[in-house]
Design a protein around this ligand. Structure first.
Ligand SMILES: [Zn+2]
Length: 391
């Protein structure tokens, strides 16, 4: 997993989140072991952990000395040290969770389809935030993170059609959220947030290079390479649902026709099963799903494909069964250690947990703003993408 710090001074805020993340993943852990894992000096790690301890983000426990000298201190996350709010707005409603520093959802709320106009949604989010604050009255809420369908800022594709949120174009979402919650707000595309949630808390912990397929109202995906989501030059990589697969096929709100998500998505399932039943839809969608899998594998050569999203695993499992045997691709190797396709274990909450994690990271490293977003507009690039500096 790419959990590497940088010894350059500008990387200090970045290192705080790397050290905190290492403690969450591997704690209780001694300072020297953190240094070894993230490639920082023990001195740098000590400075950071002192700061994190002062801020109550982590707890230190003195171990009995094994030999003469100072006892080593084991550091672990203080789950109650701070919280973040994760939100996932989808075409079917709003899911919200209050997440502690250990990544556990300690309170959850959801609202239905009728709450999706921006005005109504912000009113609901205001009441959700008030409820969460009442539950942890004296605790710090570091940030609020929102996962929502993308892509962003593409005239023909953003906020159009049944797989996106309509009426949200030009809404200053980040500003509104920040005002409502009284803390920094962060926004990410749902499939990238879910890929991150899966990496931190689910099946993605076992892999370094995997493709995360997000089966939602639409169909999105995200290649996680060396532990980090690949975001593209403009952060919109992963709109696999708009790959044209059927010449002269179903018209798509994006302006093209025959896009994959017109056939393989929850939206397609709802629309087609009303006419031909679920079995009929499975039969219709399976060949396209099979070829999508081969396309993903040939493009990215992942260790595995993890399927998650809003469906639970039942529908994707049935689709996979129907699509088997899979087509040949660069992934049909004999010496595989993992199946070509596995299913999410972070589940339904992956996107909102990913969004809440983004808020924690973003709040810890304000200079870089986003957890895995490259900023094209002047802020320094996150050194996580600068492999030279991070080595
Ligand atoms: Zn399309």
């Amino acid at each position: 997993m790419a959990l590497k710090g940088t010894n350059q001074e500008f990387g200090r805020p970045y290192n705080r989140r790397i050290v905190l993340e290492a403690i969450r993943q591997y704690g209780p852990i001694a300072r020297g072991d953190i240094a070894g894992r993230v490639g920082l000096t023990v001195q740098t790690v000590s400075n950071i952990t002192r700061e994190l301890e002062d801020q109550d983000f982590i707890l230190g426990t003195r171990n009995a000395p094994r030999t003469r000298g100072y006892p080593a201190t084991s550091l672990s996350i203080n789950p109650d040290g701070a919280y973040a709010i994760g939100l996932n707005i989808t075409p079917v409603g709003i899911d919200a969770g209050l997440m502690n520093l250990a990544g556990e959802i300690v309170a959850a709320q959801s609202r239905g389809r009728d709450c999706l106009t921006p005005t109504r949604a912000f009113a609901e989010i205001r009441s959700i935030v008030a409820e969460f604050r009442a539950i942890k009255r004296d605790k710090r809420i570091m940030g609020i993170g929102l996962a929502m369908p993308g892509p962003f800022d593409i005239e023909s594709m953003s906020f159009v059609g049944p797989t996106t949120l309509q009426g949200w174009k030009d809404v200053p979402i980040q500003q509104e959220l920040s005002d409502i919650a009284g803390c920094p707000a962060f926004i990410e595309m749902d499939h990238a947030a879910a890929a991150m949630g899966e990496r931190l808390y689910g099946a993605g912990r076992e892999f370094k290079d995997y493709y995360y397929l997000f089966f939602s109202m639409g169909l999105g995906g995200c290649m996680v390479y060396d532990g980090l989501p690949v975001r593209g030059s403009f952060n919109n990589a992963g709109e696999i649902g708009h790959i044209p697969v059927v010449p002269n096929g179903e018209p798509c709100p994006c302006g093209n026709s025959g896009c994959l998500e017109r056939y393989v998505s929850l939206e397609a399932l709802e629309r087609r099963s009303a006419i031909i039943g679920v079995e009929g839809w499975l039969t219709e969608a399976a060949p396209l799903f099979r070829s999508a899998i081969a396309t993903i594998e040939n493009l990215f050569d992942p260790q595995t494909i993890i399927i998650g999203g809003l469906t639970g695993t039942d529908i994707p499992q049935r689709l996979l069964t129907m699509a088997e045997p899979l087509s040949n691709s660069v992934s049909s190797r004999r010496n595989r250690s993992a199946p070509r396709i596995i299913f999410s274990t972070a589940g339904h909450d992956a996107a909102l947990r990913g969004a809440a994690s983004l808020a924690i990271s973003g709040a810890l490293t304000p200079r870089f703003g986003m957890m895995f977003r490259q900023d094209e507009t002047g802020n320094p690039r996150d050194p996580v993408f600068d492999r030279g500096a991070a080595a």
